[in-house]
Design a protein around this ligand. Structure first.
Ligand SMILES: [Zn+2]
Length: 308
């Protein structure tokens, strides 16, 4: 038996700490303080049978019949969350240089349009910080591959960050490739983290100063899993390939339902006693649709207006 989900659901079902805890990794005993130490080695070391002996495991796992090496991190969420981190680090850098103004925001939106990604910035009421469009997986991949960093950064800096983004895209592609060699993956992933953590050298504001990349605090739990555990999962599950355990189809289904049903949502509480839960309406609608597909393909019901 196998289990695969995003980080939050996995830790809930495992009866384990959240990702921002001191003991954050479901598979090994690393602490948050060690997350950026690339000299250390971490392997899947816990056992499901005595999992509550390890720090951070506060409850009995819901599925304790599944061996821990079969609790598989989801490749889609690795891509989504690490891309989020790379993107927010870029925005943070632009903000720090003091150029995150209307002009910079317009340049970013234009560049997003160029690569065919629908993207906006906006400010919530009484809020200083800027919110921006939450992108779907396919759009995140476009940004990761094609966003021209020269539009927002000086050329040398754009080049360094572009290499880092390309390196991550290559790792993500390798996770999904059934022919990936786990040893090579481990080496490449570790090298990528090393580049991510490139320290600055020289004296600031002098000629010999070379700006590094990111700080140890910027490393996330998903990056730890990417670097230290994914190669193990590739090796152990090469029969199926990690792509087989992807949550992408489930996320896609969720997205379809959200866009199909919730776009026209009435947020006024529905119509009294006839009101049904959203999930029930979705199931009933899909059930009806399946019935018509099986029995009379000419009469498929129209999309319903959902009340929640
Ligand atoms: Zn670990």
């Amino acid at each position: 038996m196998y289990f695969s989900s995003d980080w939050k659901f996995l830790t809930i079902c495992l009866g384990f700490n959240s990702a921002n805890s001191l003991f954050f990794c479901p598979w090994c005993t690393i602490t948050k303080k060690e997350i950026s130490d690339i000299k250390k080695e971490w392997l899947i070391s816990k056992q499901i049978d005595n999992i509550n002996q390890y720090n951070g495991h506060h409850s009995t796992p819901l599925f304790n019949m599944i061996s821990l090496e079969n609790w598989i991190p989801d490749e889609l969420h690795i891509m989504l969350r690490i891309t989020d981190r790379l993107w927010s680090l870029l925005l943070h850098e632009i903000e720090e240089t003091g150029y995150f103004n209307d002009v910079a925001r317009e340049i970013i939106v234009k560049e997003m349009n160029r690569i065919k990604v629908n993207f906006h910035f906006w400010q919530e009421k009484e809020c200083q910080s800027w919110s921006f469009t939450s992108l779907m997986g396919q759009d995140k991949l476009k940004v990761l591959q094609f966003f021209d960093l020269n539009k927002v950064l000086p050329p040398t800096r754009a080049n360094v960050i572009r290499n880092l983004w390309n390196g991550f895209f290559d790792l993500y592609t390798a996770i999904r490739d059934p022919n990936t060699d786990p040893k090579m993956f481990k080496r490449d992933a570790k090298m990528w983290l090393k580049i991510f953590l490139t320290p600055s050298t020289g004296i600031p504001n002098s000629d010999n100063f070379v700006q590094g990349l990111y700080r140890p605090n910027d490393v996330t739990p998903y990056m730890h899993v990417l670097v230290f555990h994914i190669h193990e999962f590739i090796e152990k599950h090469k029969k199926w390939g990690l792509k087989s355990f992807s949550c992408a189809p489930v996320e896609n289904k969720n997205h379809q339902q959200v866009t199909q049903f919730f776009r026209k949502t009435l947020r006024d509480g529905g119509n009294g006693i006839n009101r049904k839960s959203a999930i029930l309406q979705i199931l009933e609608f899909e059930n009806r649709k399946l019935y018509y597909i099986c029995n009379d393909s000419h009469n498929i019901p129209n999309t319903i207006k959902l009340q929640i």
